[in-house]
Design a protein around this ligand. Structure first.
Ligand code: PMV
Length: 344
């Protein structure tokens, strides 16, 4: 008799960290707490169908084609199944699409594991014939996403999310991210992110290797003290709407992340000369225009120009006239703060 098939389909955004997660403890727990916002356009759509099987088989197709990501997904499911036995009773057919060009050097593991984890929690509900509350559902999805890629746990919530225990933030935990609701000055809910694509070549050092190097980093303790004070101050700054300080802290975080890479042992550099050219132009134009905007950077060479919706026209002109010549073939993505995942 053919077994029952269950299906789930979710779309999950990527996120951009304002306060960076860099360094981890065993079980993919973070060395420090981080804060991010979910994007609107950069998303992964994932469909999972499962059928009963005596031995798990996994088929993964990315945009209709076999993908090198398959092995990572297989390992992830094998790992998860140690704690969640029902995952051993099915075969998995997983199909995924990104709304942004995957070769552009934009991290997609956050949206990919966010979408996959949401599908898995959805399937768990169906298989066990039991509904979680909204809060339970997204907490579980966040925890399961974390086990795929740390930063993915922040992607399953709308707008701002904090991941990592911090005394000052009630409910915060290392196990999953929590949404930060209605706490900030209204301007921050109109933040936008112009992602300037500087170099799409594969990174020489992966973020897992980078996290690993933090364990023995000379500046580990100093970084922990710094990042906790950055996060604590940023929360107050965002409550009060102190925009100039907001962008100062944002840039300090991005540059600290890259300084940590440069001073790791062995050292590595992910920034490209054009990343620095863009940073310089951003700082010059900020002085000249008097507007509030700034940059952040993930573990890669691309620059995220963060600004407020009300300045969109001026910033777009600035991007087009002054920054695109430093990007790879004029590529950039015009994104902004988003409303979180959706069930399809
Ligand atoms: O989720 P991972 O292991 O790829 O780590 C990514 C870490 C940064 O993107 C550099 C910072 C962050 O908090 O997202």
């Amino acid at each position: 008799v053919k077994g029952k098939e269950y299906r789930a389909e979710w779309e999950c955004p990527s996120n951009i960290a304002l306060i960076k997660y860099w360094g981890k403890k065993p079980a993919q727990l973070p060395l420090n707490a981080s804060l991010s916002f979910s994007l609107k356009k950069a998303k992964t759509k994932t469909r999972v169908s499962i059928t009963p099987a005596s031995r798990r088989k996994v088929s993964f197709m990315f945009e209709g084609q076999a993908s090198a990501f398959t092995e990572r997904i297989e390992n992830y499911l094998a790992n998860m199944s140690l704690e969640h036995d029902w995952l051993n009773d099915f075969s998995f057919k997983i199909e995924s699409w990104n709304t942004f060009p995957h070769s552009a050097g934009i991290a997609s593991s956050a949206s990919a594991f966010g979408a996959l984890a949401l599908c898995l929690v959805d399937l768990k509900q169906q298989v066990n014939n039991r509904q979680f509350t909204q809060e339970q559902f997204f907490q579980k999805a966040s925890r399961w996403a974390r086990l795929g890629s740390g930063s993915a746990c922040r992607s399953v919530f709308p707008a701002f999310a904090v991941w990592g225990h911090l005394n000052q933030i009630p409910g915060s935990t290392d196990c999953h991210a929590i949404p930060v609701k209605g706490r900030f000055h209204p301007d921050y809910y109109s933040l936008r992110d112009a992602v300037l694509l500087v170099d799409s070549n594969k990174k020489q050092v992966s973020s897992s290797q980078g996290h690993e190097l933090m364990n023995t980093h000379t500046f580990k303790d100093a970084r922990l003290a710094q990042v906790n004070s950055h996060l604590f101050e940023l929360l107050t700054v965002m409550e009060k709407g102190e925009h100039a300080r907001f962008f100062e802290l944002l840039e300090k975080e991005a540059l600290s992340l890259h300084a940590l890479m440069m001073t790791s042992d062995p050292s590595f550099i992910l920034l490209h000369p054009n990343s620095l050219n863009i940073i310089q132009r951003i700082r010059d134009f900020r002085k000249q225009s008097g507007l509030h905007f700034g940059f952040t950077i993930d573990a890669g060479p691309n620059i995220h120009l963060i600004y407020f919706e009300k300045d969109k026209e001026v910033i777009h002109q600035f991007v087009e006239h002054e920054l695109l010549s430093f990007t790879e073939q004029g590529q950039w993505l015009d994104d902004g703060i988003g409303n979180g995942p959706i069930q399809l």
